[in-house]
Design a binder for this molecule. Structure first.
Ligand code: GTP
Ligand code: SPV
Ligand code: MN
Length: 591
């Protein structure tokens, strides 16, 4: 009989002690390690990970404190087809989620978990989502057999002793049980039990499948808590924009995976927009609540960024390049002979002697990417040179505008403002986007992705949209809602809009609309800027190119609405009538 450390030495929560014991009985680990989040612990676990070949040390003169991790090639992205919402009824999960009956899921995964940690160490990771001391903050505990998960959670969350202190003797915490198993895709399941505040994840060691704080807790489970408690958990960045007069306003923006959140959250203003500054509050997840002033307030529940590497360069995102200079874990990027990292779109020629993301010698003639398209960096937000002074503010930040956006080669203009809250919710609800490498499956296929939450909403999507609509009634001072598309292409296949830092020009128009009565004109589908309404100082873009980027084409929009209508039909009776009405009104306006 294995003897484990007494839980009482670590926690006053009897529920936590009992749950850890229960998980240990099920998985039968050789050892149990309670993580305290200390620097000594980080060093010890890092050394162990290096010795086990889980982490490869990079060149510490060039990149102090940085390591490379290579995933199993069959485990490089979230796997939506084996992600389940195990609510008591199928209707509770709705048409956009996979559903498994809770008993069946517990039995199926329980069988896989039985004895699964024999010969291994079980890590207990207590963590806080949200700034310490914030009324928004929530405690989770992840149990895992993956040292990579432990070291990642340490960057991504406020992990260790602080979480146990916040929990105290309470039984209120998210229970996340994760086991890597043998990475056989047939034994890969990510199951959520909202009624039990519980997540069981087996068979994957990757990102959103395995770091249970992120998509599993902070979005899928938290969205169900938000519905019950009257707030929103959203797949949104939060960015602060300071104007030359020194006033800072905050925008929250929902874009699907790999569609530009991290980049927008830390953009470098164009040199010609003198005096403008940008500060990151969050890059992936926002928890939004109605504040005492009747406005919408947001926190970033995370403490680090799990960002897409390819395409990140000194030109596209200089702040991200500085973010990853030290104390960063890289996953599935290419490695240079001198122990540095490389990826496509880094804006330097690939050095000779490169190893690809699987550790194989690579040359430009190899005919495949050196870095995996979904390769990532995991870096603490404290590394961010433009971190907002309010990133740790317990009250969060007040949101002036909500932005929805997808990756669309056609149809969707650079920017539109909604007519009102309900129309804004309609814009979010009918948003479409081309699929990306962030999830396993085909890339580049347009799918409906309401509020960029299609893979992350933990309950019936119709009720979720209803929750959004209801919020307006309780908001005295609602943010304005916009939509954007940085990814529209010309007939030749080139991006029409330069994107990245120049996106500030679009955000500036939004803030000017809200605070300075900036001009715009009514189209059937929203309010658009004239070219003259955008601050284009110092930007070289031909009037024709800009016209194409901004254009609202009735033919394309009729198709778009038809597709949105099909999606609404799929949701069926759960869809709020107000959104159907919006659809009818817009369809009529386009005739
Ligand atoms: P997740 O972490 O998966 O949620 O992704 P994300 O939404 O944070 O996307 P990210 O900012 O990492 O960008 C994804 C990809 O889109 C990267 O390759 C970027 O270089 C590219 N990208 C980001 N912003 C822009 C833009 O304004 N224009 C263009 N053309 N590409 C962009
Ligand atoms: C996303 O896919 O939206 C991500 C990466 O942010 S993951 O953590 O894998 O979900
Ligand atoms: Mn994301």
């Amino acid at each position: 009989m294995t003897s484990y450390p007494a839980a009482e030495t670590y926690t006053k929560s009897r529920a936590l002690a009992a749950w850890v014991a229960e998980c240990a009985r099920l998985t039968n680990p050789d050892r149990i390690v309670w993580c305290d989040g200390s620097e000594a612990e980080r060093r010890r676990l890092t050394d162990e990970a290096v010795a086990a070949g889980v982490l490869i040390p990079l060149n510490h003169e060039k990149r102090p404190g940085c390591y490379l991790h290579r995933s199993n090639p069959n485990d490089v992205a979230r796997t939506e087809e084996v992600t389940f919402i195990c609510s008591p009824t199928k209707d509770g999960a709705g048409v956009t989620n996979n559903w498994m009956a809770p008993d069946e899921a517990y039995a199926k995964l329980g069988a896989l978990l039985k004895g699964s940690m024999a010969g291994r160490t079980m890590y207990v990771i207590p963590y806080v989502m949200g700034p310490l001391g914030s009324p928004f903050a929530k405690v989770g505990v992840e149990i895992t057999d993956s040292i990579y998960v432990v070291l990642s959670m340490r960057i991504m969350t406020r992990m260790g002793r602080a979480a146990l202190e916040m929990l105290g003797d309470s039984d209120h915490f998210n229970r996340g049980l994760h086991c890597t198993l043998d990475l056989d895709p047939k034994k890969r399941f990510i199951c959520h039990f909202p009624q039990d505040n519980t997540i069981w994840s087996v068979g994957s060691g990757y990102g959103g499948n395995a770091l249970l704080s992120k998509k599993c807790f902070a979005l899928r489970i938290a969205s169900t808590l938000g519905r019950k408690e009257g707030w929103l958990a959203e797949h949104m960045l939060i960015v602060g924009i300071q104007n030359p007069a020194g006033q800072t306003r905050y925008i929250a923006a929902a874009f699907p995976s790999a569609c530009g959140k991290t980049n927008l959250a830390m953009l470098t203003p164009p040199a010609a927009l003198k005096g403008w500054k940008v500060f990151t509050v969050g890059d992936d997840i926002a928890w939004l609540r109605i504040g005492p002033d009747g406005g919408l307030w947001a926190i970033n529940p995370e403490a680090g960024y799990f960002g897409v590497a390819p395409g990140t360069s000194a030109k596209s995102n200089a702040n991200a390049m500085r973010l990853v200079e030290h104390d960063t874990l890289f996953t599935n990027v290419a490695q240079t002979p001198d122990g540095d990292i490389w990826w496509e779109g880094m804006d330097s020629a690939p050095p000779a002697g490169l190893l690809d993301w699987q550790g194989r010698p690579w040359t430009p003639e190899s005919g495949a990417k050196a870095a995996h398209p979904n390769s990532r960096f995991t870096a603490p937000m404290s590394n961010n040179p433009v971190l907002s002074p309010h990133a740790n503010d317990p009250r969060g930040v007040p949101i002036s505008a909500i932005v929805f956006g997808g990756r669309r080669a056609t149809t969707m203009p650079l920017v539109l403002e909604s007519f009102d809250w309900t129309h804004g919710v309609f814009m979010g609800a009918t948003m479409g986007s081309e699929t990306t490498a962030a999830a396993a499956g085909k890339v580049g296929v347009v799918r409906r992705d309401p509020m960029a939450m299609l893979p992350f909403c933990g309950y019936n999507i119709g009720e979720y949209l209803g929750h959004w609509l209801e919020l307006a009634g309780r908001l005295k001072n609602p943010p304005r809602i916009f939509m954007v598309n940085w990814f529209r292409k010309s007939a030749e296949g080139d991006f029409l809009w330069p994107g990245f830092g120049d996106n500030l020009r679009v955000l500036k128009w939004m803030l000017d609309r809200i605070h300075n009565g900036a001009d715009g004109f009514r189209t059937p589908v929203g309010i658009a800027p004239h070219a003259k309404d955008l601050d284009l100082t110092g930007l070289e873009i031909s009037p024709e190119q800009l016209r194409q980027a901004l254009a609202v084409d009735r033919g394309e929009w009729r198709q778009e609405l038809a597709s949105a209508g099909e999606f609404f039909d799929k949701i069926g009776t759960a869809l709020p009538e107000a959104l159907r009405r919006q659809h009818r009104t817009l369809a009529a306006a386009l005739e």
